[in-house]
Design a protein around this ligand. Structure first.
Ligand code: AMP
Ligand code: ZN
Length: 116
């Protein structure tokens, strides 16, 4: 059974109540372009079920967590040369602002290390 949070922005995108530029969909996930892109490719890949972060998702629904990783690579393969960064900001101190699990797929430019 899929869990949702009626107050969650990304649950509303999953439900189609808020528009998004959706680039991929699978049984467990959807992926859409970030409204504030930080790279030529900046896509958010999210589980359809509401979980606050990737650790919670992995514990609650391992198939969905695995699907999210597969989808991230598929996005990078489709939009570029397969070189990408996959970021899960987890917790407010790590700059997580939307508490529905999402991986940032960033590609299309060179990147520095460490991240800011
Ligand atoms: P984070 O800071 O890791 O929680 O990332 C949240 C991301 O969601 C940010 O990069 C925002 O630009 C992005 N975002 C917020 N609202 C929307 C929206 N309606 N459609 C697409 N991306 C969004
Ligand atoms: Zn949600």
């Amino acid at each position: 059974m899929t869990s949702t949070d009626p107050d969650c922005l990304f649950c509303k995108i999953v439900a189609g109540d808020i528009p998004a530029d959706i680039v991929r969909e699978s049984e467990h996930t959807i992926a859409f372009r970030d409204i504030n892109a930080q790279a030529p490719t900046h896509v958010l890949v999210i589980p359809k079920r509401h979980e606050p972060d990737i650790g919670s998702l992995a514990a609650a629904d391992p198939d969905a967590a695995l699907a999210l990783l597969h989808e991230a690579r598929a996005i990078a393969d489709t939009e570029g040369n397969g070189t990408y960064r996959l970021v899960f900001n987890t917790g407010a101190d790590a700059n997580q602002t939307v508490f529905h699990c999402h991986g940032h797929v960033l590609a299309g430019r060179s990147m520095g290390w460490p991240p800011g």
